[in-house]
Write a protein that binds this ligand. Structure first.
Ligand code: ADP
Ligand code: MG
Length: 357
């Protein structure tokens, strides 16, 4: 090798090193948070200067939807619909309300009532209405309450005016399993229309990506939480432009009755809190789908859940059963290939395909 070529190699090497050393790391996206809809919302912006405007748009969107959909606010449209249950009087609702309700009723039919937006009276019976000392509802009381969760008794009329009427007294809509996802989609559309190109919206764990973060990052880094250890992850994956992610877990909202914990997701078919599942994470093409599916798949479990995913392209799911001694993950093939383990938490991963064993 001539002196010259040795020189070229040496110099190009040191230039390469110099270049790597000087090249700025991709900017850390700026995350702005605020409380809303009973949880914490955030926007995370690759362009930090765009963050305050993005936050304002998302904040206004979530507040307006909460005013319509909150089960806790007596002035909300949802409260007016519930208060009129059993009367002949239909209540006027917005197109947003109608879209969420229609979608929720479709999931209800598709899951044979396991997912049911009329779960309100059952939630109350189990103490999810802020009572200080919840007691276990009697079986006959639950059976009576299930007569108020018949989804054919919801009359959604679209015409000159969109209205809702709940036919049976005591019926109560609860859109908590789907409303946050829908709100994220509305915010996503508005942010996109306002010219934002690169951010992540987070409404209490309902995420949707716009853009790809930075090219070096290859997407928005997203973690799957370890349900048995707060602040620990079991795995991570990348979210791409337009994708949504939602998680339903048994660890954030629960009531304690006689020393036992009951999570805030009910099986609509029985009126009993779901047991045996710790967390479900769903990737979907939009946030309402991710939100509804995460709750529905939490109730159905992996074996019945894969059937619900069959005709839904772009939807992938990960189930973590409530077995703290043996961390087990069950994932659809598309989720399994995207998931990278984090740290040194050992787990067993099984791929669920929907084919009989
Ligand atoms: P989070 O609201 O914590 O993000 P989910 O999206 O899974 O979690 O929604 C849970 C909420 O869904 C409950 O707090 C309740 O309002 C509602 N819910 C509970 N059980 C059902 C059910 N079987 N069908 C529809 N909604 C339900
Ligand atoms: Mg949900």
């Amino acid at each position: 090798m001539s002196h010259y070529s040795l020189f070229v190699i040496r110099y190009s090497l040191s230039f390469a090193l110099l270049f790597t050393a000087c090249r700025p790391a991709p900017p850390v996206p700026l995350r702005l948070e605020w409380p809303t809809m009973g949880t914490i919302a955030a926007v995370q912006c690759a362009d930090t200067a765009a963050a305050p405007q993005a936050r304002d748009i998302a904040q206004r969107t979530f507040q307006a939807l909460d005013n319509e959909l909150s089960a806790w606010n007596p002035a909300s449209t949802l409260s007016a619909v519930n208060a009129a249950a059993g009367t002949p009087q239909p209540v006027a609702v917005s197109s947003n309300f109608a879209t969420i309700l229609q979608t929720a009723l479709t999931y209800c039919a598709d899951t044979e009532g396991a997912f049911n937006p009329l779960i309100g009276p059952v939630m109350q019976a189990w103490g999810f209405n802020g009572v200080p000392r919840p007691i276990r509802p009697a079986d006959e009381d639950l059976a009576a309450l299930l007569t108020r969760t018949r989804w054919h008794d919801v009359h959604l009329a679209t015409g000159a005016q969109t209205t809702v009427r709940l036919a049976t007294p005591g019926m109560k809509l609860d859109l908590g399993a789907i409303a946050k996802g829908y709100a994220v989609d509305v915010a996503w559309e508005r942010l996109k229309a306002a010219g934002h190109t690169n951010l992540l919206i987070d409404l209490g764990g309902n995420l949707r990506a716009l853009g790809e973060a930075a090219p070096e990052r290859g997407g928005w880094r997203t973690g799957v939480r370890n349900p048995f250890q707060s602040n620990a992850l079991v795995g991570k994956f990348l979210m791409h432009d337009g994708e949504a992610v939602a998680t339903s877990g048994n660890y954030e909202r629960f009531v304690e009755i006689d020393g036992l914990r009951y999570a805030h997701i009910m099986d609509g078919r029985t009126g009993q809190p779901v047991t045996g599942m710790a967390g479900v994470t769903v990737i979907a093409p939009d946030a309402m789908t991710a939100d509804a599916l995460s709750t529905a798949l939490f109730i159905l479990g992996p074996q019945r859940g894969v059937a619900l995913l069959r005709d839904r392209p772009g939807c992938e799911a990960l189930w973590i059963p409530d077995t703290p001694d043996q961390l087990t993950l069950l994932a659809t093939p598309g989720f399994a290939t995207r998931l990278t383990p984090v740290g040194n938490t050992p787990y067993r991963l099984t791929v669920v395909t929907g084919q009989p064993d």
